[in-house]
Structure formats: structure tokens, C-alpha cells
Design a protein around this ligand. Structure first.
Ligand SMILES: [Zn+2]
Ligand SMILES: [Zn+2]
Length: 324
């Protein structure tokens, strides 16, 4: 009998919270999927010293963040995490900060192996918007994770079809992807334009098994009449899920790609970039070069018509280059 994977479900909290919520929750089981070895909740937040750039990062005590060296240059302009509204993620799931030490302690051998990359696995059925976004997604992931990313030929998964629900069974897809994962990847990202469900919930946006680095995302409920918006959602969701595959917990340090989100408006308001805290963690784990990431993103976002993301990337790029 196959072992059921430990799931970090990007499940539809809408099902739990309110049926009308256009949810794009990225994780279920808060506190279970990402138990922090050390935590720093708001109740422990120290009052930052005057002039301390970490003062912008209200949820994380200054002394908790460590010395990020050159990345401190990003703090004065990095957007802070907004106060969560009634429907927002942190109102329902008051998460704690994850330190770099915690990430390094929990990361898998694959996540630590800097020779490994990412493979994207398109899963039929696909629509034209999703198909056209596969190459840009690979390029985006190459820039932010600084590793090889390839797109595999699309696969059909009739055995995962929920015949009575017009959905693919996301749990079954994870099992199937787990058995076909290439040996040279730390992240294996399935993507489909078909709706996803699991036995327990009537739909999910995606599902991940952090222990194996496998995840699956559906673009169906993230669609938009604006193709720029639709593509941005797909890129962000894939990068976010792959962050979990590396062991990253949700971010509460600042506005960030790794923030949890409970609905599309919340995730649309987040930047398509890792904040300075998560960037520092990725540097410690994967050896990424932050200047290369942010400077590479300037051109990418420009090409994609994502001007707000481009402007933030440009500020970060220039701040890091000026600090050299
Ligand atoms: Zn998440
Ligand atoms: Zn972050």
C-alpha cells in the first residue's frame, strides 16, 4: 500500500472558511506542515532601535533576523507586510517566523544539493494561456532559484481523473509525479489547466509534498481576462510552491512571494519577489547571488509587462550594486 505523502496542501481554504471566497490558499494544516524549530511571534516582537531598518518588518524581532550583510541595503524601501484584513491569511493562520537556522535544519538533501535543478511537468489538459506561460515560468524560476529549469513533455494522467467530479485527484497526481521525478531535480512542479480536488475537499489550487519536492498546481481557478495577471499568478504560485519544496516556511518578515494568501486579491497584492529575509535564507541554502537575482528580474519583469515588480527589482538591483 503506498505511503500517503505528508501533504502541504495549497488547498482551498474557501471550502473551510466561506464558499464564496476566491481562495488561493497555499498551505493547509498550519502549524503541522511547517513546525518552526524556533519561533518568534508578534508577542515576542522587540521594539526596534530608532533608525533600525528592521523596524519595517514588524512581525519579526530585530535580533531574530541575523546579520544579512549587504541585504540590509534593501530594508529601507522594501514594502512591509500589510495588516491582515478579516479574510486574509494571517488572520486565520497566525504563523511564526522561520529562521535561516531552521531552514537549514529542515532542508532535504536534495534541497541542499546545489547541482540539482527543477523540472516542470505539464499535465493534460492544458489551455493555451498555461501552455504559453510554461517557458516564461521556467525562465522566472531559473532567475530566482539560480539553477537549471527544464520543461518536460506534457503527460496525460487518466488514472488520476475523478470521474464523478470533473477534476484530477491531486493526491493521486503527487503519487504519480513522485514515481516519475527525474533524479537530478530538487523540485518537480506539475502544472495543469484542469481543476484539482482531493478526497477531503471539493477543490484545491495545488498540492505539495515537501518531503519529496513534488507539487502540482492548477491554473484553472487562477485565470484572469488579463493575460499578464494570469501569467503572474502562475509564476508566483509555482515559485511559492517550490519554495516550500526547499523547506521555506511562509514569510511574515515583509511583503514577499512566500507570504501565505487566502484569496486572489491578497496574493495579487504581494510582490513576485522574495523579500530580503527569504533571499538571505536562499543564499544560505542554495548559494544564490542576490544581485544576480534582482538584476535579472528587472529585465524579465520588463518583458512580461510587470511594471511594479520591475520597479522593486530595479531598486534592489541598484542598492546591491551600489553596495559593492
Ligand atoms: Zn504556501
Ligand atoms: Zn520573505
Amino acid at each position: 500500500m503506498p505511503r500517503r505523502p505528508r501533504l502541504a496542501a495549497c488547498v482551498a481554504l474557501a471550502v473551510v472558511l466561506a464558499a464564496a471566497t476566491a481562495c488561493r490558499s497555499r498551505k493547509a494544516q498550519p502549524g503541522a506542515a511547517f513546525p518552526p524549530a524556533q519561533t518568534a511571534g508578534p508577542e515576542r516582537a522587540a521594539t526596534p532601535a530608532a533608525g533600525d531598518p528592521w523596524a519595517k518588518f514588524r512581525r519579526v524581532p530585530t535580533e531574530y533576523m541575523g546579520d544579512f550583510g549587504d541585504l540590509r541595503a534593501l530594508l529601507p524601501f522594501w514594502p512591509r507586510l500589510p495588516e491582515p484584513g478579516p479574510d486574509d491569511w494571517l488572520t486565520h493562520f497566525p504563523e511564526h517566523a522561520q529562521t535561516t537556522a531552521n531552514l537549514l535544519a529542515r532542508a532535504s538533501a536534495r534541497a541542499r544539493d546545489r547541482t540539482m535543478g527543477v523540472a516542470i511537468q505539464p499535465i493534460l489538459p492544458l489551455d493555451s494561456a498555461t501552455t504559453r506561460s510554461l517557458r516564461p515560468a521556467a525562465r522566472f524560476l531559473e532567475i530566482v532559484y539560480q539553477c537549471p529549469v527544464r520543461v518536460r513533455p506534457a503527460m496525460a494522467t487518466p488514472a488520476a481523473y475523478f470521474r464523478n467530479r470533473k477534476q484530477l485527484d491531486a493526491s493521486r497526481l503527487l503519487q504519480m509525479l513522485g514515481t516519475s521525478r527525474p533524479a537530478d531535480v530538487w523540485g518537480f512542479a506539475g502544472v495543469t489547466a484542469f481543476d484539482l480536488g482531493i478526497e477531503e475537499l471539493n477543490f484545491v489550487f495545488g498540492l505539495g509534498a515537501p518531503d519529496t519536492g513534488v507539487n502540482v498546481t492548477s491554473t484553472m481557478r487562477q485565470a484572469s481576462p488579463d493575460p499578464v495577471v494570469a501569467r503572474r499568478r502562475m509564476l508566483m504560485t509555482m515559485a511559492h510552491e517550490l519554495g516550500h519544496a526547499l523547506g521555506l516556511a511562509h514569510c511574515i518578515a515583509g511583503s514577499c512571494l512566500m507570504n501565505g494568501s487566502n484569496h486572489l486579491a491578497e496574493s495579487d497584492a504581494q510582490p513576485a519577489l522574495f523579500c530580503p529575509h527569504c533571499t538571505a535564507k536562499l543564499r544560505a541554502l542554495r548559494g544564490i547571488d542576490p544581485a544576480r537575482v534582482f538584476c535579472g528580474l528587472v529585465q524579465f519583469f520588463e518583458e512580461q509587462g510587470l511594471t511594479a515588480d520591475r520597479d522593486l527589482a530595479r531598486k534592489a538591483c541598484e542598492a546591491l550594486k551600489n553596495g559593492e
